[in-house]
Every structure is written in C-alpha cells, then in structure tokens.
Design a protein around this ligand. Structure first.
Ligand code: SF4
Ligand code: ZN
Length: 708
C-alpha cells in the first residue's frame, strides 16, 4: 500500500474508533434519548445531514451514523476509496465535536477558538463572497516550525481579503505575531483539537444547503457544489500525523486542495495535495490551485488598505483624531459637475491636518464629471466612502451624509497617515470602480470648523433634501424599468432578485439606483433592465416581462414570480437575506425576523429555522427573504393587505424601522404609531399570548380576511 493511502486509512480508522467509543460512552452516561445539537443551526449535524439526509437529534441517532462512517473506510488501495475514508474522518470529527455540546452550552468558552459557526454568520457572508470582496477561504492548520512563517502567510491572506480559519497552535502563533483576529478581521480561530476543522467544513456544507439548494442526502450534489462553488483550500504547518492526513483527504474529497509544508515527494497528488516547503510561495501556490485572482489596488498611502480592516474598531484610548458630527460639523457629498468644471486629481485641504488638533470638523466633498455620469449615481458613489475609509488600517468610519464619525488610530498617525491619503483613497477607488461613468474627479477636505459648517448647511443639506424628494417620488409606478440582480448566482445558481424602486434586493445592499448604476457601469453584468410590460395582476405585481426575465436569468428554474406577494409565487431567496417574513397562522398575521436575532419567535422557530424553509432559489409560499428597508415600503405584503399584517418583530428591528413604518401606516391606513401595535420578544414569543396582546391593542390584523 502507498504511504499516502496507508496514512489516510490509519487516521480514518483511528478517528472511527474514537468516535464509536465516544458515542457509546455518551449513551452509557446520558441515555440514547438525550438531545444533542450544535448551537444556532437548522441543519442538525450538517455534514451528516447533507451527506445522508439523517437528522441527528439525539445521541441514539448517532449509532447508525457510526456504522455509515465505518462503511466508508474500505481499506482498499485506491485513491478514490481513500478519499472517501477522509469523508469518514470528517463525519467522525463532526460527531466528536458535537458531543462537546451534550452537557455544555459553551464548550469553547476556554478555548481561544470559536468552535461552531452559527447559520446567520454564514448567511451574512453571502454578499462579500459573491462580490469578490472575500475572494476565497483558507484553512490554516497545525503548528509552524517557525512562527513567523505562519504569521506572514495569514497576514498576506488578510491583506488580500481571504477569509482565514485557523486550527491548532497556529492560533497562538498568530496572536503572538500581532495578527488581528475575529470575524470582523476575517481571521477566525476555530479551536485547538484537530477535529475542530469540521467547523469550517460545515460552513461549506451549509453553504450548499442554504444557497445551493442541494438536497439533504445528495452526496454527489454536495461534493460538486463544494468543489465548484466554495473557493476553499487548506494549508498545513509543521509535521502531520495520520489523523491530519485523513482529514486532508476529506478536504480533497470536498474539492479543497491541500498544501503542506513538508516534502511529500512522490506522494503528492497534483492539483489536490502538494508540498510547498518555501513559505514565501505558500500563498501564491494556494491561490493558483483554486484559481483565485486577487485584484490588487496599489494605493500610495502609508497604511494597509484591505476589506479585512473594514470591521476594525478604534477605541478612545487608541485614537489620535476624531471627526464626529456630535462635536464638530461633518458632511460627505458627491456632486456631479460639467467636465470643464473639474480638474482631475486635484486635492485641496482646507484647515488643519491630523497633527493640528485631535478633534476636528470634516467635510468630504467630491466633485465628479463624466460624459456618462448621471445625477442618480452621486449617492451610489457617496455611500462607498464608508467602506473605503474603513479599508484603511487604523481608520474607522460610521454613518453617512452629515451624521458621521471617523476615528484615526495613533498607530496610523505615527505611520504617517494624513488627510491627503484619505483623498487619495477616494480618488483611486472612484476612478477604479466608477471608471465607466467618471472621467474626472477632484476632492476637497474641509477641517476648518466654520467653513465645514457653511459647506454642510449651504451646499450639502440642500442636496440631500433634493435627493430625498426625488427618492420619495420614485415609486414602482413612476419608472419604466426594474432590474434583475444575479450576483448571488455564484452561490445560488437558481436565484435572481428583481429590484424595484420600492423593493430593494433581499441582501439590503442593492437598491434600484444601485442596480441602475451597476447596469450602467457594466452593461453585460449582473443587473439587467426589465422593461415593465404585460401587467397580469396589479395586486400581486405580476408582469409578463418579469416572468420572462426570471425564467431567462435562472435558466428555467423559476418561471413565475410576483413582486408583492408572500403567498402567490413569492420572490425567491438566495440565502443571504437580511430578514425573513413568515405567516403566523394563529393571528392570521405575519412575523418579520432579522438575521441578528437569536431568540425564539411566535412561529415556534428561530431565524435560522425560518430561514432554512426557503433559500437556494426555491419558492416557499408563506416564507420570504427580504431587505430591512422593504418592511416600511407600501409594497411590503401588498397582496396580502400590506404592513397591517405585521404582528411581531424582534425589538431591535422594530425600533430600527419604527419611524418609517409609522409614516407608511399613517399614510395608508390613518393609523398612528402602528409600531406600538406590533409585538416583540419583550411582549411574548408565544402564539396564544400574542393573540391576546394584539386583541388588547386593537391590532388591525384581527379584522382582516384570513390568509389562504
Ligand atoms: Fe444577491 Fe439579490 Fe443582493 Fe443581488 S440583490 S447581491 S442577487 S441578494
Ligand atoms: Zn444573496
């Protein structure tokens, strides 16, 4: 037998033995009926569920799984068979890890890793993955002989936006080496036991179930999905034992190439298992194996610039400067000019720089001109400031328009970061991302308090007001076209969003104006116009042209969608929706739940469980994913009677949308403070109590027609 298959089987058999023993011990201790589950997932033991369709709910359910696992280990001298044994190791790892939760709600409390990744986080990764913001997923495992090597590799991935999961001592090595870690930095420590690598495997597996509509039990479909659509790969550091090798075989079976830093000689499998002993080549080789292309942006600024720094938080004690609308005037504005009114790349700073004072005003004023520029794109460009400022290491940005807070860290200041660098970032990024419409761009930054205030009050505010008036007048009736968005098809091949002025994309990131701009920037790209033709039903928002566009965009997978109904051919979901709404049958109403909410709902399901009812481009009447902003739209649930159907929302979501929701309710139905009639988790999560409360409040849903 070859050294490689020998090692794989050795590891798989060892894990199988451990797993069987652990399951038997747990049953002996707790009984076969003892419930078992990973936290905050609707997919049971995800690998087992996806591969076999079995829903593990109790310890007893694991017994047949152990038999399946053992049957995967044939011990035959054949690489394909050996890779299957690797899958057995994955299943064993899932069981061993799952058992950690038997009698412990937080088994990872004392580990520097996070363990299991909950469903909502996976959903939140949908958009950055499809836009290429996260171009790939690295799994870094083991213990580097020389800590500096793994630190450099992980920092390199971070600067490229690659999401990195770590297992083993590399976690401490990177922590000591100053790598910033956490979900927001896209470097995620999973755990120390090698079995914790399953927590990244289940991310890929659940992506297939959530976005790909892979059916539980369809192992072939699962492996095709992970291989073709999850751009993951593995790097091991240091010596590897049989268990690591068999886990690596599982990764290869899922389509994830493995790069090791020891010389495997003739045991290498080109394209799947390769040795790279020089760590300066690890990243390059890994990206090549997965054909991941990184768009590098060379920015002439003294700090790093990468999407991985977007979530960086700068505390007061680390802060050198703050521009904050609560203390000083701030404003951000993009204005369209005539070509001869703009001097390209002109940068003007009015007032003190970062060394002038710690608290400053900041008006960021960008004037653009271009033959194809449109006034509607001003706000599209302006909203990108937030991300671009955040991409600078040591800069934190929140808010927009005249409500802004920007912090600059001491480290960034000491590295030499100054205001002209902010302007450079804006210039380079605008010319890069909006080159199809912007020919010239000039930037003025005003930190002088009086001048910034004058700019805000006399130039920016009137412009915001004009835009708001235009947005308010922009209804579905007022435009001649809607747009498709198929960005998420790289994960959810059967899904297409229809974006209208009153209904933004379900991810919350694509408004009608964004879709329009995307189409202008890239005419053959993900957003295509749908001309409003052949209205079949105004109540549900059914159009011949929309049906045709959906059918074309999904290659026939979806043939009919309505724009405004949750019951009749509702719009499909990819899986990355901000919120989900669903029928609450007892009250005859609809509940709306946001992704961040972790608790129970009156429907008897959590967000994750509700979310698992739809997604992957499937239509599930009664459940629908949508953006936060859609909730206060006059078109929300229009066919079912509108927002009067809303009976329950998590408090955080309700507070966020209350003002707009109240405005819509007053306009449509003459109801004052409608949000106060909507229950939340502080009222009840029980359907019967909900009805009593709604009755007490005189909620309008009680007088509405029953939902079919
Ligand atoms: Fe994905 Fe729809 Fe958002 Fe486009 S609009 S990115 S398809 S969720
Ligand atoms: Zn999506």
């Amino acid at each position: 037998m070859s050294v490689l298959t020998d090692l794989i089987y050795g590891g798989s058999n060892a894990v199988a033995g451990l797993t069987e023993g652990a399951v038997n011990d747990a049953i002996a201790k707790y009984g076969a009926d003892k419930a078992i589950a990973f936290p905050d997932t609707a997919y049971f033991f995800p690998t087992i569920y996806a591969a076999t369709g079995v829903k593990v709910k109790t310890l007893g359910d694991l017994v047949p799984c152990v038999s399946v696992l053992k049957s995967l280990i044939t011990n035959q001298e054949d690489l394909g068979q050996a890779l299957n044994a690797g899958l057995a190791t994955a299943v064993g790892a899932e069981i061993l890890e799952g058992l950690k939760w038997v009698d412990n709600a937080e088994p990872y409390a004392n580990d520097s890793g996070i363990g299991f990744v909950p469903d909502p986080i996976i959903r939140s990764l949908g958009v950055p993955l499809v836009t290429g913001d996260i171009p790939g997923v690295a799994v870094v495992l083991g213990k580097a002989d020389n800590a500096e090597d793994v630190v450099n590799v992980v920092k390199d991935y971070q600067s490229k936006g690659i999401m990195t999961f770590m297992v083993g001592d590399v976690i401490e090595q990177c922590a000591e080496g100053g790598v910033k870690m956490g979900l927001e930095f896209r470097v995620i420590p999973l755990g120390h036991d090698v079995t914790s690598v399953i927590h990244v495997v289940t991310v890929a597996v659940r992506a297939a179930l959530i976005f790909g509509n892979v059916q539980p039990g369809d192992l072939g479909g699962l492996l095709t999905y992970t291989k073709e659509r999850v751009p993951a790969f593995v790097n091991t550091f240091g010596a590897i034992d049989a268990v690591v090798v068999s886990a690596g075989a599982g990764a290869i079976a899922l389509g994830f190439p493995v790069v090791v830093d020891i010389d495997l000689g003739e045991n290498q499998v080109p394209g799947a298992l390769e040795s790279v002993c020089d760590h300066s080549l690890t990243v390059k080789k890994s990206l090549e194996l997965r054909n991941i292309k990184i768009k590098v942006k060379e920015l002439p600024i003294p700090v790093a610039f990468a999407a991985a720094f977007e979530g960086e938080i700068i505390r007061k004690s680390d802060m050198h400067n703050e521009f904050y609308s609560g203390k000083n005037p701030t404003a951000e504005l993009v204005v369209m000019r005539e070509l001869d009114e703009v001097e390209d790349h002109k940068i003007t700073i009015v007032g003190p720089d970062l060394d002038g004072a710690s608290e400053l005003a900041l008006a960021t004023f960008v004037e653009v001109a271009g033959k194809k520029m449109q006034i509607d794109f001003e706000s599209v460009i302006e909203r990108k400031f937030h991300a671009w400022f955040n991409y600078m290491e040591g800069v934190m940005h929140t808010g927009q328009r005249n409500q802004v807070r920007v912090r600059v860290s001491k480290n960034a200041f000491e590295a030499g970061l100054r205001l002209k660098d902010f302007a450079e970032v804006l210039y380079v990024m605008i010319m890069d991302e909006f080159d199809a419409v912007v020919d010239k761009c000039q930037i003025t930054l005003i930190t002088d308090v009086e001048k910034a205030a004058a700019f805000r009050d006399e130039i920016a505010m009137p412009r915001y007001n004009q835009r708001d008036d235009r947005l308010a007048s922009m209804t579905d009736e007022a435009v001649d076209r809607y747009y498709t968005c198929i960005l998420c098809q790289s994960f959810a091949p059967a899904h297409c969003c229809v974006v209208t002025p009153e209904r933004l994309g379900l991810c919350g990131a694509v408004s009608w104006l964004d879709a329009k701009a995307t189409n202008e920037l890239d005419p053959n790209g993900p957003c295509q116009p749908i001309f409003k033709e052949g209205c079949l039903d105004e109540r549900t928002g059914r159009f011949e042209s929309v049906n045709k566009a959906i059918s074309d965009a999904t290659h026939g997978a979806v043939e009919n969608v309505t724009l405004y109904s949750i019951l009749e051919d509702p719009m499909t979901s990819c899986g990355c929706f901000e919120c989900i709404c669903g029928i609450e049958p007892v009250s005859n109403g609809v509940i709306v739940v946001n992704r961040e909410y972790k608790g129970m709902t009156p429907a008897g399901m959590t967000f994750g469980e509700l979310a698992s009812c739809t997604g992957g481009g499937v239509q599930t009447p009664g459940f629908m994913g949508h953006g936060r902003h859609f909730i206060s739209s006059k078109k929300f649930l229009y066919a079912e009677g509108g927002i009067e159907r809303i009976v329950w929302m998590p408090k955080e979501l309700k507070d966020d949308v209350a003002e707009r929701l109240n405005k819509t309710a007053l306009e449509l139905y003459g109801i004052e403070n409608f949000a106060d009639m909507v229950a939340d988790e502080t009222v009840t999560c029980d359907a019967e109590e909900l009805i009593a409360w709604l009755t007490e409040k005189g909620h309008p849903v009680l007088g509405m027609e029953p939902l079919a």
